[in-house]
Design a protein around this ligand. Structure first.
Ligand SMILES: [Zn+2]
Length: 229
């Protein structure tokens, strides 16, 4: 789980990796015989009983720096990814984060540019609200409306959703399913873990080779614990 790719000096929410760090992390994957792909490609491979060598790469919020900094890294290491964007904030900023630098978000053109490079475009809702606190009308707008807007913007079906803040409950997961998505990403969904609450691991600027290795192992252990096996 990535967010922004750029200058990481002023980063109170730890959402930024530098382009050099991202490149080092993707190179680390490739040297271990792994390859980053979109969530749709990962899930399709796993459904066929394949894809043990694949890692889903996700970028939340749709920062403008994705096109400038992440795309060249992905291209260099021949990796795919899923970009979760906010169609209610096109060309806006991360106004939901009270602290830290304002980071510009992609415009419709920027999102189309990423899609044209083979990046999967998914929905992060409309405006980045916590779905577990949304009323029924807001929940419907954040899931169904955002999907329709993105399908129109990209000219392609939108099958992936990502919960803002990673927060999910059964009601939010039901709304995402009812809106027609095939899967949804969370962070640490616990007992809700499944196609509509996929767990992810935060990868940050401090994650050098040794930390990545430890995170890989720890993630596996925690997933096993969540599955009760
Ligand atoms: Zn977010």
């Amino acid at each position: 789980m990535y967010h922004s790719v750029g200058d990481a000096t002023d980063d109170p929410y730890r959402v930024t990796v530098t382009p050099d760090r991202l490149s080092a992390q993707l190179g680390w994957l490739r040297r271990r015989g792994l390859r980053g792909v979109s969530m749709t490609d990962l899930l399709a491979a796993r459904a066929r009983g394949e894809g043990r060598d694949l890692v889903g790469l996700t970028f939340d919020d749709g920062y403008a720096d994705f096109v400038e900094h992440a795309l060249p890294c992905l291209r260099r290491w021949d990796c795919g990814a899923t970009l979760f964007v906010l169609p209610g904030r096109l060309g806006g900023v991360n106004a939901w984060d009270p602290l830290g630098p304002r980071k510009p978000l992609l415009t419709a053109d920027g999102i189309r540019r990423a899609a044209a490079e083979g990046v999967e475009i998914g929905s992060h809702g409309l405006t980045h609200v916590d779905l577990t606190r949304a009323d029924d009308a807001a929940l419907n707008a954040e899931t169904a409306e955002s999907r329709a807007l993105l399908a129109e913007l990209t000219g392609a079906p939108v099958t992936g959703f990502c919960y803002p803040y990673g927060t999910v409950d059964a009601r939010a997961a039901d709304a995402v399913r009812a809106a027609g998505y095939d899967y949804a990403c969370a962070i640490d969904p616990g007992a809700l873990t499944g196609p509509y609450a996929l767990p992810r691991v935060h990868v940050g600027q401090n994650d050098t080779a040794l930390r990545l290795l430890l995170k890989t192992r720890l993630h596996r252990l925690r997933r096993r614990a969540a599955a009760g096996v």
